[in-house]
Design a protein around this ligand. Structure first.
Ligand code: PLP
Length: 256
């Protein structure tokens, strides 16, 4: 399924591997399954159509909690508030961070279903619920940054902006298809991966060389091994996308 645009049609059945693990270990011993709805740092791996639905069904069947790690995918990255919304699958627990404050102030948040929330609220009235002794828990500055960011997303229509930009981003990304060393391109929302053939005996070097070349041209991309990973601003414009991909194209043509 190389050069797939959006969700691959093939691969929903790969979720059935969970059933193999259930038979191996017994469902009773498995509390939860945690997945990134779109795997980020492992190379922008987009879930095949039906894959997350299948995981949800299996978790329901065997009484296993489904956790989505949406540290990357939440808050507009996939053109919706959450990947859960984009893919139409509701997890039991959802983790977030980066986009929660637009990354300007460190903050993470965990969203849970009502039943899980209520389970945590069962303690004695005089005890703090779900207590963690972190120095910076519930920090008012982070909370203020989070609220301001959410307001900005709403006022500027950032999630809709990201959704509207997706086709243009997809075109720009896939325009690299015939450049040297490119062996696969994957994308969903404003997440994109361009995989390069590793140089013999030196995995990761080509990816890093492109990263460095782009940096020297004034554009920051990211490489995870030999996969170039793109996550442009939700409010990027066409010129910024063009400039980014021109730099990548230049870097690829200079690569050996
Ligand atoms: C998908 C995902 N989950 C979790 C983390 C770690 O998040 P934090 O640094 O907020 O603990 C990262 C960091 O990049 C991530 O990409």
């Amino acid at each position: 399924m190389a050069y797939c645009r959006g969700q691959p049609h093939w691969g929903a059945h790969l979720a059935d591997d969970l059933e193999r693990l259930v038979h191996l270990h017994d469902a009773y011993g498995i509390a939860a399954v945690i997945v990134e709805p779109v795997a980020g740092s492992t190379g922008i791996l987009v879930p095949p159509i039906g894959y997350l639905q299948r995981l949800r069904e299996l978790c329901d069947r065997y009484g296993i909690l489904l956790i989505f790690d949406e540290v990357i995918t939440a808050f507009g990255r996939v053109g919706a508030a959450f990947a859960a919304e984009r893919f139409g699958v509701l997890p039991d627990i959802l983790t977030t961070a980066k986009g929660l404050t637009n990354g300007v102030i460190p903050m993470g948040a965990v969203l849970v279903r009502e039943g899980i929330y209520q389970a945590l609220m069962q303690g004695p009235a005089e005890a703090v619920e779900f207590f963690h002794g972190y120095t910076y828990s519930g920090h008012p500055v982070a909370a203020a940054a989070g609220l301001a960011t959410l307001s900005a997303y709403e006022e500027e229509g950032s999630f809709e902006q990201a959704k509207a930009l997706e086709p243009r981003f997809e075109e720009a990304l896939h325009s690299l298809r015939d450049e040297p060393h490119v062996i696969d391109i994957r994308n969903i929302g404003l997440m994109g991966g361009v995989e390069l053939a590793p140089r013999a005996g030196e995995p990761g070097v080509r990816g890093f060389d492109v990263f460095r070349d782009c940096f020297e041209q004034g554009v920051v991309i990211r490489n995870g091994g030999d996969t170039l990973q793109f996550a442009p601003f939700l409010n990027s414009n066409n010129e910024e996308l063009e400039r980014t991909f021109d730099c990548v194209r230049n870097a690829l043509r200079r690569l050996h």
